[in-house]
Design a binder for this molecule. Sequence first.
Ligand SMILES: Cc1cc2nc3c(=O)[nH]c(=O)nc-3n(C[C@H](O)[C@H](O)[C@H](O)COP(=O)(O)OP(=O)(O)OC[C@H]3O[C@@H](n4cnc5c(N)ncnc54)[C@H](O)[C@@H]3O)c2cc1C
Length: 430
Amino acid sequence: MSEKIKYIDASQFEKEVLHGGNVIVDFYSTECPPCEALAAKFEPLSEIFGDDITFIKIFRQENRALAESLGVTSSPTVLFYHNGREIGTRLSGSIKRSELLDNIKLLLPQERFSQLLSAIQPITTYTDILVIGAGPAGLTAGIYAAQAKLKTILVDTQLPGGQVQTTHMVSNYPGFAKPVEGFMLMHYMSEQAKEAGCQFRVAVDVTEINLIKKYIIVDGIETIHAKKIIIASGCSYRELNVPGEYEYKGKGISYCATCDAKYYQDKHVVVIGGGNSAIEESLFIAKFTRHITIVHQFDKLQANREAQEKAFASDKISFMFSHEPRAFIKNDDGSMTVEVENLKTGNRSYITCDGVFIFAGMKPNMVNEDLQNHNGYIITDEFMHTSLPDVFAAGDIRYKPYRQITTAVSDGTIAAITAVRELEEATVAV
Ligand SMILES: Cc1cc2nc3c(=O)[nH]c(=O)nc-3n(C[C@H](O)[C@H](O)[C@H](O)COP(=O)(O)OP(=O)(O)OC[C@H]3O[C@@H](n4cnc5c(N)ncnc54)[C@H](O)[C@@H]3O)c2cc1C
């Protein structure tokens, strides 16, 4: 624990924070994975900047009234104070080192900030197995590799859990008679990986990946060299890049029916898309909503026949074929307006609704041209070998027909067992 960090309670806030000059305050909680991830960055930064800035931690659960009076409602939340005034951007949730540095920069004169920053020594770490991505595939690979007593590091740009983290309920992962919350399932997996001995670097910026020389650089300072690399970076929603989409993401625009359909009980929503996921997810959303308008760019649906038949038979679903969204607008009363263009006539019209779901497909995370791939999805053999020696791929990032938690977990298992065996064989051969 850094000596440069002060632990205070509400009674000391005025003296230590409001009259403390340059101060960074971290409201933390116990049993809070994002708080642990933040601590791994907060402590080293306090060693570097601690003579110029006071680093303070306040236990939120025991100082609730103070937290609430400051509008702090979740842990961790980090606030930056200069002479009693809050400045910069409040940070919460999965906080990156680069975001902390952006705010620290505001507290110090430019020259002093650069001087202290330049004193940071780069770190070099060596590991047997490096796993990029800590979703179901990466965590499983980590569990197998660490249980085989190999040094294993898992790196993720977010907190561990992957896409399942945002999945409301999972009912098809074996071992749970009743549906399990996606968040809890991933909590169990990451605790198991920690227990096995995996080291984590999470909520980090991955600033360089060199698969040929087998190293990555994390947060611009730590170079991790590995004997074997397993890429398990998954995929994410494809965005439309239509005006308003970015601003209202999570505030009226959703990409996840399982997560958000329940908020639209007896409401009208617009679904953008006409492929399998758009139609299957619309059938799920229809269990909650009063009405769904499906806006699709083609003049017929691309979904499988069964899903199409169900959608056409539903009296809750109507279709606007040959239309594309041009803008998403949030109205003063909280409703949304979708501006759409008829691709055949060029005419524009407006649909007012309560929310919008976008299902425009998925895209692979971390496209790497050094690897043989199909539209960015990495091609592997049955042992999860990629086209580069000592580099494996597992989970949704692979080019494969089915993307599920079970298939990701299976890929992670195969990649790790193969990597472990190859390392053991190499040791015996020496
Ligand atoms: C809304 C929704 C509901 C779903 N429901 C189910 C279900 O009920 N049952 C089921 O079986 N499947 C379900 N799935 C599919 C399932 O979530 C995926 O198949 C599974 O999560 C894939 O696991 P993964 O580890 O390959 O990838 P992911 O879960 O995508 O994890 C990849 C991880 O890699 C990290 N990452 C990305 N890029 C980098 C980088 N450059 N450096 C470091 N880290 C990086 C990401 O932050 C992420 O944590 C659902 C998917 C969605 C989107």
